[in-house]
Each structure stands twice: as C-alpha cells, then as structure tokens.
Write a protein that binds this ligand. Structure first.
Ligand code: FAD
Length: 480
C-alpha cells in the first residue's frame, strides 16, 4: 500500500509534542515539522529581546524532541506565505496543520498563507491549541463578545470542563525529500557580542522547552498550588506557578495545566478556582485581542484618547532602570531585567506608578515589558496595561492609585523581595525599608546608606504623585 500524502506541521506558539492537536492530526501520515522565523508581518510586535532568548532555547528543545521521535524540525526564515507553500510543495504535503493564533498580524498572515496554499490545491487547517476555547465560540446570549471578565468566566464555566489533553506521539514518520533548513545559531536570537550578555542569569531561573515546562508544573503541583490563593501575592516567595513563559510559547497547553491542577487539588472545581481564574484571565485577554485587534496600540475606551500624558525621558529611564526611589518598584524592575520576568503583584505596582504618579503613556510601559519579558505576549501584556491605565474594557478605575509604599509593606512585609533585588537597602530595618526617605539620618548612617548617592530619593513623593494622577484624570470628566 502506498503512503498517504505527507502533512506539514507548522509550529508557532505550541512548541510541544503532547496535547498538540495539529501534530496529532498529522500522525499516521509522514510529517514535515517546520518553524518559520517571519518577523516582518508582526512589525514592532515581533518577539523581542528576552522572548527571543526563550525562543532560541525552546526551538533547540523542540528540535531534539522531534528528532528523537524520528521527524526532525526544519527551520526556515522568510515570509510564511512563500516559505510554507514552497516546503509543502517540496515534500508533496496536501495539508498544512497548525494551531490557531489570535494576534491580528498572525490572522492576516494565515489568510495569505491559506490563499497561497489553496491556489496550489493544498490547504491550511487550524486547530485549537493555545486556548481552551476559540474566541468566536464564546459569546454572550446576544451574540456579542464579553467585555467584562466576570460574565466571561461564568460563561466559560457553563461550557463544562475543557477536553482532556492528547498524548504525545511515540513515533513520527518523516516526510521524504525534505530540503535542508537553517541552523538555529544563524538566527542570532541570543544576545550577540559586543552587546553584553543581558540574559546571563536567565538560564539559572528558566529551562525553556516542554521538559522544562513539565518540571515547572510538577514543582508547582508538589507544593505552592495548595496555598496559591494567599501566597500568589507575595513576591518574596515562590507562591505562583512561574508557568507564564511556558504557556506563552505553548510548551504546555492551558488544557494540560487546567487538568493537572484539577487532579492535584481534591474537591470540586471551586477548590482550584483561585488558580483556574488566572488561566481564564489569560483566555479573556486573548479573546479581547481577537475582538479588539487595536488593543496593543490604542485605548479601548475612547474617552482616554485625549488623556494628558506628560512624556518625560528621564522619568521613563529611571523606571526602566529600577531607580525610582520606591524600593518595591525598583526591585520589580530589576527582577525584570535580571530574570526576564516579574511577579504579578509587582507588575501591577510598577505599571501603576508609571502611568499614574509618573503620567507616562501606558504604551511606553507595554513596549518595555515587550522587550524585557520572556513571557511577553501581545494579548496579556496589552490587556493588562490597559487594565492598569483604566482604559481597558474591564479596567481598574483610574482613580484607584496604588500606593507603592503601602503595597510594599503589605506584600513584602519582611522585605525578602526588596533585599534580594535592591541589595543597597539590605541593612535598613523593616520599618523603613519601603520608605527610606523617611528614615532618620542615624538609621540611614547605621545602614551605610546615603540617599541620593547609594540609592535615589523618590522621583515624585507619594501624595504629590497621587494628586497629579487625579488631576490628569479629572480632565476626562464628562467624556463618555
Ligand atoms: P500564575 O499566578 O501562576 O498564573 C498562572 C497563569 O495564568 C500564568 O502563567 C499566566 O499564563 C496566566 N495569568 C496569570 N495572571 C494573568 C493575568 N493577569 N492576565 C493574563 N494571564 C494571566 N502575562 C503574560 O503571560 N505575558 C505578559 O506579557 C504579561 N504582561 C503583563 C503586564 C502587566 C502590566 C501586568 C499587570 C500583568 C501582565 N501579565 C502578563 C500577567 C501576569 O502578571 C503574568 O501572567 C504572571 O505574573 C505570570 O506568573 P505566573 O506564571 O507565576 O502566574
């Protein structure tokens, strides 16, 4: 009997073998697994600095896993609508199988790829792979997209548990006549000399790839998951899963995480609700991006369009460098730089300071996070920045201004987090750690600290920052 025609498996944001519906749909046929580096259509939203570091290592891991299964990964660079049809043609693949993406640029590109394939009598088949459910299938009773998280989450709950994850294939049959691909090293995704290796510490924190994701999930299930509801807010301990970059690159699927957590926490779904709600926040962000493709760039609430931002390069730089004078903020920004990741509570505090007390446009913050986060994803990043700025469809009200001192004292009371990332403050007593400018001179001297020399004074004092933020917000009053 002759072989069925091969399938081209196009890996994008599902760099895994298990629970990969596109790969599963190709088993039984010879397959050509492919990853295409195609930055142009994404423009400024192509994977940036830290995410490229992750991508390099994740592709290396995927390549090894696929080779061990018998079908090596082919790396190609160029416009997908040219590269993918050409590769399908080279191996005689009738179908290209991939996970569906949400980013506006990716959807437009997929339409072009599908058209090019169809012109040659082939087809592109997209599978649900990065989400629990596809955006067009989760609409309100009146057929509209949800704009508020609560009703969205309720609606997801009425749809029942996500389907069980699919197993990884044992063996794959490689397509014949595959052309040779690029060498990963030649893509220069890692920091290149003479640029200093800003990612030097990433490897001590992260293990990109499917095995790394499995290990990280296992570590979470073995302990932190049980006290997640409380500990997730404490940046000084490992209270959350740390799965975000693995989910972002699809080294583990949301379905796998969902079911693993359900199994680890006995009882009904409510017992696991605090964690599962976060998976649904991720889902909600992707659904928002699907329905509001302008979300990364413009405020979702029009009334915020004329917001009186006060762009200031020096303030922005102080924030980026972790030199605002607010210890919890500076610790967060330095964690971001050193580890390519920041704790969720601290992301909220740092983002709030930037857009409220410092009056810098949220787009500047989102661009910096885009460049520095290993988990930078267009949906969660844009939705979260709009949420903080008050301009999202389901946003924290603009007048709710986080006080970075009180936030620090509440969520890092013993200063474990601040002392780790802002070591120059380590010797300050807890009482002054989050407000060093209020410490008596004798206390500062004992801690060996001279403010303005060893550590900055706050770029704006808390009350002054709050007043400025509220005044700026008041200019929008009366706008719909
Ligand atoms: P856990 O608490 O263990 O949560 C499990 C998973 O749920 C996470 O891995 C993540 O996939 C998802 N999740 C959790 N919180 C959120 C949330 N608020 N919104 C959407 N998904 C969530 N997350 C990203 O993955 N990429 C981003 O680019 C991103 N940018 C952000 C920018 C700002 C300003 C803020 C406030 C938040 C941002 N987040 C982003 C959301 C959140 O901070 C991270 O997902 C979380 O810190 C990751 O840590 P974790 O894996 O330990 O999360």
């Amino acid at each position: 009997m002759s072989d069925p025609p091969p399938a081209l498996i196009w890996f994008r944001q599902d760099l895994r073998l298990a629970d990969n519906p596109a790969l599963a749909a190709g088993t039984g046929r010879p397959v050509l697994p492919v990853y295409v580096l195609d930055d142009a259509p994404a423009g400024r939203w192509a994977p940036a600095g830290a995410a490229r570091w992750w991508l390099h290592h994740s592709l290396a891991a995927l390549g090894e896993a696929l080779a061990a299964c018998g079908a090596p990964l082919l790396l190609a660079r160029g416009r997908a609508e040219i590269v993918i049809p050409a590769l399908a043609d080279a191996v005689g693949a009738t179908e290209v199988l991939a996970g569906r993406l949400t980013e506006p640029w990716a959807r437009e590109r997929d339409a072009r790829v599908a058209e090019a394939l169809e012109a040659a009598g082939r087809s592109l088949r997209l599978h649900t792979s990065t989400l629990l459910r596809e955006p067009p299938t989760v609409l309100s009773g009146s057929g509209k997209p949800y704009t508020v998280y609560g009703p969205f989450a309720k609606s997801m709950a009425t749809r029942g548990e996500p389907e069980a994850p699919l197993p990884a294939p044992d063996r794959l049959r490689p397509a014949k006549d595959a052309p040779s691909g690029d060498r990963l090293e030649d893509w220069h995704l890692l920091p290149q000399p003479p640029v200093p290796d800003w990612a030097a510490e990433f490897g001590t924190i992260w293990t990109p790839g499917e095995a790394g994701a499995e290990a990280r999930l296992g570590r979470f299930l073995a302990g932190p998951v049980r006290d997640y509801a409380v500990n997730r807010n404490l940046p000084g301990i490992e209270g959350s899963s740390g799965l975000s970059p693995h989910l972002r690159w699809g080294e583990v699927s949301p379905r796998q995480v969902w079911h693993a957590v359900r199994e680890a926490i006995p009882g009904d779904v409510e017992a696991a609700r605090p964690f599962l709600s976060e998976i649904l926040w991720r889902e909600f962000s992707y659904h928002l991006l699907w329905h509001r493709p302008e979300m990364p760039d413009v405020p979702l609430r029009e009334r915020f369009a004329p917001f009186p931002w006060a762009p200031d390069a020096a303030l922005l730089r102080a924030w980026q460098r972790g030199r605002t004078g607010y210890p919890i903020v500076d610790a967060g920004m330095r964690q971001l730089w050193r580890h390519g990741w920041m704790h969720n509570r601290v992301r909220m505090i740092t983002a709030s300071l930037l857009v409220k007390q410092l009056l810098q446009p949220w787009q500047e913050g989102s661009a910096w996070f885009w460049d520095t986060l290993v988990d930078a994803d267009l949906a969660s990043n844009s939705a979260s920045w709009q949420w903080i700025a008050g301009s999202g469809t389901d946003a924290s009200p603009y007048f709710r201004v986080f006080n970075p001192v009180l936030q620090g004292e509440k969520f890092d009371p013993k200063g474990a987090y601040v002392r780790r990332f802002v070591p120059e403050l380590a010797a300050l007593p807890d009482r002054w750690l989050h407000r060093p400018w209020e410490a008596p001179e004798t206390v500062l001297a004992e801690a060996g600290l001279s403010l303005g020399r060893d550590y900055p004074r706050p770029v704006v004092l808390p009350e002054e920052g709050r007043r400025r933020a509220l005044e700026a917000f008041a200019t929008l009053r009366g706008r719909a």
